[in-house]
Design a protein around this ligand. Sequence first.
Ligand SMILES: Cc1ncc(COP(=O)(O)O)c(C=O)c1O
Length: 362
Amino acid sequence: MLDRMAAALAGLRDADQYRSLINPSGIALSSNDYLGLASHPRLKEIVSQAAMEDARVASTGSRLLTGNHERWEQLEVEFARFARAEAALYFPSGYLANVGLLSSILKPQDTVFSDAANHASLIDGIRLSGARRVIFPHLDLDYLEEALRGASGQGERIIVVESIFSMEGDRAPLRDLAALCGRFDAYLIIDEAHATGVETAHERSGCVLARVHTCGKAMASMGAFVVGSQTLREFLVNHARPFIFSTALPPYCAAHVRESLRLVIEAETQRTRLWELSKYLRARFRDAGMNIGASESHIIPLIVGSNQNALRHAGALSAAGFAIRAIRPPTVPAGSARLRFSVNANLSTLDLDRVLDVVSAI
Ligand SMILES: Cc1ncc(COP(=O)(O)O)c(C=O)c1O
């Protein structure tokens, strides 16, 4: 077994796909702390205060056994209000929320229409469910429409997308997708990981069965909420295996997420700044003739093709004092290795100008 593992690792090295852990240092260019709230003093204060107040700092069990706490239930009510949904259920990570949601609500007779750029957690949840899968080319609604038309069988039809795609920075046309759902009697599931806190949460139309809001990105905390109807929440409590069979996070984490939610609600200035900086960087890249795909958000992929090229760009930027890593297959399709710039509200246009200088020099 170990020889087999060593051979696989050697293969990754040969393909410039070997990954290793580093402690990032320098000016953050790939952090998901979009609003720059991760070191906010109020969060630190709240976490220590809650840890001191609570009788215990461990949750001691699954939410269904000894791990529940009123802090979690209060938080779920508040988050549902924020997300303009009837109910919310918290999972210890976005990965677990997607896997728990999709693996429990989909049945083998259902057909799932999944965008080709969907996050691994969505893919894994769909795979675990055993439902029939149609992977449609990224945002190709004509293809999707044909596939919906051709889908037969007894089960339900469910379309799964991200509202802002994590590696492309483009947006799913949610209105058009809702219209397709209406025409083909389908449901929509939306992963809002990269929109949560950055954009106002909208009440979604009737065909939207569930939305997943992660808290480890703009919300500067951890975990994720699945939001939807009360029935969905109760179903997940009873069927979502990552929820049922996993130890709950400690209650002070609920205090952290709650304070993060408050900060996010107040962070209008940071949201505006994030929007302006992102627009600036997108324009500078495009003016310089660089390929940033169809990005329309704070996630800006500089697509450079080969793994080697991506590593070269990341190396040059890190030598210039920036924290950024190359994104390579299998995270993105082969031949589309990239630097994924995620803008955050703490950057300045001067920082972004320097980025342009370094990249242009290459
Ligand atoms: C689109 C998307 N969904 C889900 C997740 C998983 O969230 P978490 O990091 O909280 O597990 C991520 C995280 O990277 C993501 O980008």
